[in-house]
Design a protein. Structure first.
Length: 285
């Protein structure tokens, strides 16, 4: 299938403000691009791209002051298949994990494993290792947290989400990632596009989505604690230890979000079924 996707995001800055943006499709999906994933900047400013230590494509700019808008609109080819399901995928002993996987067992800014380790073992220590244990974690987090856009909080950690029992998709992902790491299952945080493809449309404003991946059976598998069901059409933008590593924008000075629109829709014929847009001002995902 073809998916039309993109964004229009604007910031207001009081003066020259360096920024790092993570808005491109992840390099491992570059081969699926039908049209270029080109960022348009208004007003035009010099931009420099680099790949960070997690393999994500980043863009450096200096906002000149006033309103600056970043936008893109492009087509992606997708298999149309749901997330992989591998119930026999095994959990590896820590000593057998590849070196580059080990960092995803450690605590990070939002994944406070030291504070949730005992809880994790009490909740999931009796479950079978491997896929079944991850699914038990996903089921628990899905039922434990109440989704509410209005309760987004960029400072909420996994422990906070566990205690407050509310949040947005990043909070579902952070808690599930943390529980997995507590159980010695490598887990990494993902952000990207996830439209209402193959599922009933929801009235919520379109946003970037957060999910996570775990390392089982010598590869990474996708899980989603917010939706807790295989989905079609995920387009990953960035992966990291938690939301800190994959922030869509990081500014080195004041930068107030003034506009936030995202669209992700299956293309039927020559036109997408619908393009959902919003000026939702909390870029929580």
């Amino acid at each position: 299938m073809k998916i039309r996707t993109g964004y229009s995001i604007a910031f207001d800055t009081p003066g020259p403000t360096p920024m790092v943006l993570m808005l491109n499709v992840h390099p491992d999906r570059a081969g699926d691009l039908i049209t270029p994933d080109t960022m348009t900047i208004d007003p035009p400013v010099p931009a420099h791209q680099f790949v960070d230590s997690f393999g994500n494509l980043c863009t450096r700019v200096t906002a000149p002051g006033g309103r600056i808008t970043f936008s893109a609109d492009f087509l992606v080819q997708d298999s149309g298949e749901v997330d992989d399901y591998a119930p026999d995928a095994v959990q590896h002993p820590v000593q057998d994990l590849p070196d580059d996987v080990l960092p995803f067992l450690l605590a990070s800014r939002y994944c406070d494993t030291d504070k949730l380790s005992n809880t994790a073992w009490q909740l999931f220590g009796h479950t079978p290792e491997g896929w079944a244990r991850v699914q038990a974690i996903v089921d628990y987090v899905h039922n434990h947290i109440r989704f509410d856009y209005q309760r987004a909080d960029s400072t909420r950690s996994a422990l906070d989400g566990f205690n407050q029992r509310e949040g947005v998709c990043r909070d579902f992902a952070h808690l599930a990632v943390t529980f997995c790491r507590c159980m010695n299952i490598p887990a990494r945080y993902c952000t990207g596009y996830l439209g209402d493809i193959g599922v009933p449309a929801v009235p919520d404003p379109m946003d970037f989505s957060a999910w996570f991946e775990v390392y089982l059976g010598e590869r990474w598998y996708t899980f989603d604690a917010r939706h807790n069901k295989p989905r079609i059409g995920r387009i990953v933008m960035a992966r990291g230890r938690d939301a800190t590593d994959v922030a869509i924008s990081t500014s080195f000075g004041p930068a107030w979000l003034a506009k936030f629109e995202v669209h992700t829709d299956e293309v039927v014929g020559e036109e997408p079924r619908a393009v959902q847009e919003t000026e939702w001002l909390q870029a929580a995902e």
